[in-house]
Write a protein that binds this ligand. Structure first.
Ligand code: MSP
Length: 659
């Protein structure tokens, strides 16, 4: 029988900065869903990629002094770039689209022309408000306190010749789509869209720009580039081969089953995207799911706030699977959730180390200890089951269905909650059956003990299967430990209690999820975040040069001389000051105080020839008089201030003038 297809996408990410844990959230959720569908036997297409055009990228590239293409190449393909992060997170995407890919560029030009030819795109003049960081146009009525309603930043007035898309024409059809179908999920997002955008009246959308060039050119009107959201949204279709020859899966996979997107881009996906598809006469995606945000201290994570959380640090410290699991288990998918390191560690310790880890290690250890790793024949059944036997078996046997029901409504957090209810039940079963007590009289109890342990292995196996989409690598290890062959890891077998052969060899392996020492880990995370912040700072920074001119005569009034250090010592009660006794060539010692104790030991400077300005008025510091100033070179290295005294050749006599 032909497999049913399932096409799911993440948003395509802006390669403007390194991605953070918030971006990882959406991609891990999509990956878990894609893996679940593959497990359940679907023919899955999972697409992700990068959204590389637009003014923001152009600006960032200019700031970095490189071409926009070189700029995005580094963030997409480079170390700790987008592709690298998805590899780290074990993301199983089938395809990756970059909107700078030639086939996409050519297809978008054809799409734009198609909408122009059918009268849905027309030329007009754009006057309005534009949010540069969000690449979004807004009408006056949409602004919040005069600022961008998405990011809260100021908007600018913009006026230029531009092409418009007749979004207004589709208002009724979009309202119907939102209100009368399950296109947009969760349902609460429908009300937001209708109230904020449809009810006030949909206006035509500006879909070209002339004020910058980093975009897909409108091929029939040079000077215009296609609005980045038109370019970006069509990725979902071009990556399957829509209006291009690169791929030919469009007829097979389109329409997409799910677009997973963050809540702030639901507007683009549930209003503009279906309207444009209606315009080109293509079927609409079946569902858009608008998930919530991961917040930090109640607010949005952003590079500009400097509060982003680095998935590389967390994955290295706790393992990729633990991180994936935490993201999906903790936060209800449709709502916002507050990220914290404490919560992450707590979840790992409670669910993974305590509940799941303990179940696996206790069960495998007991099979090893009491039966040498292999249970005897006929351990599968027991003639007179106790109520807790039937309770466990019926709960485990029903698990796949309850799990499936939650996954089908995009509630991975609830699906995981169901699995963990069963894991907790299985741990309770260990206490109820007390295998260690049975083992005291093996002659009498060996068959009963074998049955109890078989039940535990089966419960572990079935929970393991349903956890594959969330923790694929760890579940491979788990299956090895409980001796589950590939046939005992399938979706079908998750509903078939008793699949594990009775004489399977169990191996007590490494602890799958070691317990984490909270205080120690928090401290280490803080240090790692600090180090990462430092590493991201520029290697060398020097103060910008002054542009204000100083006239030559004024400059010549400063008297710079070579001076030799006769003595140098720390000033008492001062951490900063050194007291220099200098030979300045006049025959009288000169005293200068200098705040450089952080960089030099006094004894190292004796005998050196330095440069001082000697005609400054005297200044008192810590009760001592300073007559002049020593000249140093200063710069910053990785955020740390560095200072080097200017030392000149010792053959230069004391008092020599520098000019
Ligand atoms: N390029 C657009 C999407 C175009 S899709 C045709 C874009 N890119 S983005 O890089 O800014 O964001 C990508 C996704 O990451 C969005 O769905 C966004 O909601 C999500 N997240 C970014 N920060 C997030 C959190 N802190 N929490 C959860 N998701 C967040 O938008």
């Amino acid at each position: 029988m032909e497999k049913k297809k399932f096409y799911i996408t993440t948003p395509i990410y802006y390669p403007s900065d390194k991605l953070h844990i918030g971006h990882t959230y959406c991609t891990v959720a999509t990956d878990a869903m894609a893996r679940y569908k593959r497990l359940a036997g679907y023919d899955v297409m999972f697409l992700t990629g990068t959204d590389e055009h637009g003014q923001k990228i152009e600006q960032k590239a200019n700031e970095a002094g490189v071409s926009p293409q070189a700029f995005v190449d580094r963030i997409v393909e480079g170390p700790q770039g987008v592709k690298d992060l998805w590899k780290l997170m074990n993301i199983s995407n089938d395809r990756f689209i970059r909107t700078t890919d030639d086939y996409h560029v050519a297809a978008v030009q054809r799409i734009f022309k198609k909408m122009y030819d059918n009268g849905d795109i027309y030329k007009g003049a754009y006057k309005g408000k534009y949010c540069t960081p969000c690449e979004s146009f807004w009408t006056e009525s949409q602004l919040v306190d005069g600022c961008c309603p998405d990011c809260g930043r100021p908007v600018v007035d913009a006026e230029e010749e531009a092409y418009f898309f007749r979004l207004s024409k589709y208002a009724d059809r979009i309202r119907d789509l939102l209100e009368n179908t399950d296109f947009l999920q969760p349902r609460s997002r429908v009300n937001e869209m209708v109230k904020n955008f449809i009810d006030p009246g949909l206006e035509d959308l500006c879909v070209s720009r002339t004020s910058f060039t980093w975009g897909i050119p409108v091929d029939f009107d040079p000077g215009h580039v296609v609005y980045v959201w038109v370019d970006a949204l069509f990725n979902y279709a071009t990556a399957m081969g829509y209006l291009n020859d690169k791929y030919d899966d469009y007829d097979h996979y389109w329409p997409a089953d799910y677009h997973f997107v963050g809540k702030e881009i639901v507007r683009f996906h549930s209003i503009i995207w279906p309207a444009m598809l209606m315009s080109v006469g293509e079927p609409l995606p079946k569902h858009v799911f608008g998930h919530g945000w991961l917040l930090l201290d109640g607010g949005k994570m952003s590079k500009s706030k400097g509060n982003v959380v680095d998935p590389y640090i967390l994955a290295e410290k706790f393992g990729v699977d633990a991180l994936r699991f935490f993201l999906m288990r903790t936060f209800p998918f449709g709502s916002d959730g507050n990220f914290s390191n404490e919560l992450l560690i707590q979840t790992i310790n409670t669910d993974l180390a305590n509940d799941l880890g303990n179940l696996v290690s206790r069960t495998t250890a007991m099979v090893g200890k009491y039966f040498g790793g292999t249970l005897p024949e006929s351990c599968r059944t027991w003639a007179a089951p106790e109520s807790f036997d039937t309770d466990l078996i019926s709960m485990v046997s029903a698990l796949r269905d309850t799990y499936e029901a939650q996954m089908e409504v995009c509630a991975p957090h609830n699906a995981l909650a169901e699995v963990f209810k069963v894991i907790q039940r299985a741990n309770k079963y260990i206490d109820e059956t007390a295998p260690w007590a049975l083992a005291k009289d093996m002659e009498a109890n060996s068959a009963r003990l074998a049955h109890v342990l078989y039940n535990l292995l089966e419960a572990t196996r079935i929970c393991g299967i349903l956890l594959i989409p969330f923790m694929p690598e760890s579940m491979e290890k788990l299956f090895r430990q409980i001796g589950a062959s590939p046939e005992a890891q399938t979706w079908d077998s998750a509903k078939a209690w008793g699949t594990l052969p009775e004489t399977t060899a169990v191996i007590k392996g490494e602890n799958l999820f070691p317990r984490i020492d909270m205080d120690k880990a928090l401290e280490e995370l803080e240090a790692a975040a600090e180090a990462a912040k430092k590493a991201a700072l520029p290697a060398i920074e020097v103060e910008p040069q002054l542009t204000e001119k100083v006239d030559f005569d004024t400059f010549c009034k400063s008297d710079f001389r070579a001076v030799k250090v006769k003595a140098c010592e720390n000033v008492k009660k001062s951490e900063k000051l050194l007291r220099f006794t200098l030979d300045d060539g006049t025959g009288t010692d000169r005293q200068i105080l200098s705040g450089i104790a952080k960089w030099y030991k006094p004894e190292d400077l004796v005998g050196k020839t330095l440069v001082a300005i000697v005609n400054l008025p005297p200044r008192k510091m810590m009760g001592l008089e300073s007559n002049g100033m020593l000249i140093s070179a200063v710069h910053t290295e990785k955020g740390e201030e560095k200072l080097n005294l200017i030392m000149v050749d010792d053959s230069i006599p004391a008092g020599a003038k520098l000019c």
